[in-house]
Write a protein that binds this ligand. Structure first.
Ligand SMILES: [Zn+2]
Length: 145
């Protein structure tokens, strides 16, 4: 049903050990209640996702993602993330709306909480960042009806 494609491996940014295989879901009408890899029911996991936005912004979003413990696969929805980025930057820095972005990894929850009270330095941010182990892509093959 789903074809899997590997993307180019990225350099590691974060100081924490890499976690999760990550898929950014571009399909608004496919919500992956079941894992695209093994077919088992996916769980939900809420965690801070670290996003890099061109040219040089880092933002961490506390998002509910889908997670398959069997495959160690984490799925976030692209429209969800873009919706947040759009409203955030429209309010703070409208010229950034629509810029390219990249979900780098997940942030340690304690650091995320601290950062809500007082912005972290770039170094603190990278120290609390877990890169993804791998970024994967699932493509629709022949359509899902
Ligand atoms: Zn799975």
């Amino acid at each position: 049903m789903a074809g899997q494609k590997k993307q180019k491996k990225l350099p590691q940014f974060g100081k924490q050990p890499p976690q999760y295989r990550f898929f950014l879901n571009p399909y608004q009408d496919v919500r992956f209640t079941n894992c695209p890899q093994c077919g088992q029911k996916m769980r939900q996991r809420k965690l801070p996702l670290m996003v890099h936005i061109d040219p040089m912004y880092l933002l961490s979003l506390n998002k509910t993602c889908r997670y398959c413990p069997h495959c160690d696969l984490l799925i976030a929805h692209q429209d969800d993330i873009e919706g947040f980025l759009t409203s955030y930057f429209a309010a703070h820095q409208p010229e950034v709306v629509g810029n390219d972005y990249l979900v780098l990894g997940t942030q340690e929850r304690v650091a995320w909480k601290r950062g809500k009270e007082q912005p972290l330095t770039m170094e603190e941010t990278l120290e609390s960042l877990h890169d993804f182990k791998d970024v994967v892509k699932f493509e629709l093959v022949g359509g899902w009806g």
